[in-house]
Design a binder for this molecule. Sequence first.
Ligand SMILES: NC(=O)c1ccc[n+]([C@@H]2O[C@H](COP(=O)([O-])OP(=O)(O)OC[C@H]3O[C@@H](n4cnc5c(N)ncnc54)[C@H](O)[C@@H]3O)[C@@H](O)[C@H]2O)c1
Length: 357
Amino acid sequence: MDTIRIETSGGSYPVHIGKGIRSKWRELIDNYASYSSFFIITDEAVEGHYLSSILGKEKLAYFVVPSGEESKSFEQYHKCMTALLEADLDRKSCIISLGGGVVGDLAGFAAATYMRGIDFIQMPTTLLAHDSSVGGKTGINHELGKNLIGAFHQPVAVIYDIECLRTLPEREWRSGFSEVIKHALIHDETFLNWLLDRRKAIRNYTDDELQFMIKEGINVKGAIVKEDERETGVRSYLNFGHTLGHAIEAELGYGKMTHGEAVAIGMIYALRMSEEYFQTKLRMDDLRSWFQELGLPVAVPRELNRRKLLQRMKKDKKAENKSLQFVLLKKIGTPIKVSIDDETALKLLEVSVERSV
Ligand SMILES: NC(=O)c1ccc[n+]([C@@H]2O[C@H](COP(=O)([O-])OP(=O)(O)OC[C@H]3O[C@@H](n4cnc5c(N)ncnc54)[C@H](O)[C@@H]3O)[C@@H](O)[C@H]2O)c1
């Protein structure tokens, strides 16, 4: 088992990564005895696979939401809150989020707001959740945009059992891998080369390789969050590929494309923009063919209206004064935030649509 410590002003906590560690969660929580009760929030798919191994012989209360992005909604949030109240959770109770980024964001937001905030533990079960389970961003979607309602609330521990990844559907592997690549691109060329030296279908990575890449990804995220928990500066670099990615997700309708797939398109777009902006070469062609080998999309779906995407990008909560902000790469591992005019962004969208690739 590897343990990484995440340091933030909102709390310092361990991230345990290992095989088969989920059933040992009680031993892995330092202050286990200090909690009055535990309450698990999970989704339908994860319930079937893993809930019983977390419950063990204990009769813990739990709440199950439907699988998928639609559960990051006011409706499910309200139902969660009702379940917590009906289970008589008090301020010494602790919520366990068992699932991917959707459950993590929803359960984290429930923990952030229940009785003005109680503790929670992240037990990620997707590859993508190596990103979402660390850093304390929690929240739900509004029909006007993704993740617009939320809170910063750090977990007290992250328990990442890589064994859970083996039941992930193919698309979810890809989706998570896209965020692994993002962490390498924005922070660490050595890690990127490590990944590129092992080009293969994601499912074929060994447990040791998986554990290594998750650890590296979390190290990148941890370092950035330590410096800038509230996203006033360097944390925005984690949004590399997300300005367009979020717009695509919203414009297609949530759940049509996975988060990582949309981010993959956004990263290729941002790489192209970086090459033009800095008049440099960033191995964009090589990276794009690698994405294609992995089965990740690299082009904007043809049916999406480019002007609407532009408007969405301007509404992104990271936009400043409604001007477009993009995280670009000066070189691999060196991100920088820049303002881009509408015309340039639109022109690049036109060359990024499906037919042009
Ligand atoms: N808070 C953050 O910092 C942050 C960062 C990145 C992404 N996110 C959010 O994360 C969400 C995406 O997360 P995700 O990709 O993990 O999606 P997800 O939670 O919807 O999981 C993907 C699918 O896999 C299923 N699943 C989960 N674990 C499984 C397992 N072990 N075996 C079989 N099926 C399993 C789920 O039921 C779901 O259908 C988005 O809402 C995104 O906004 C948050």
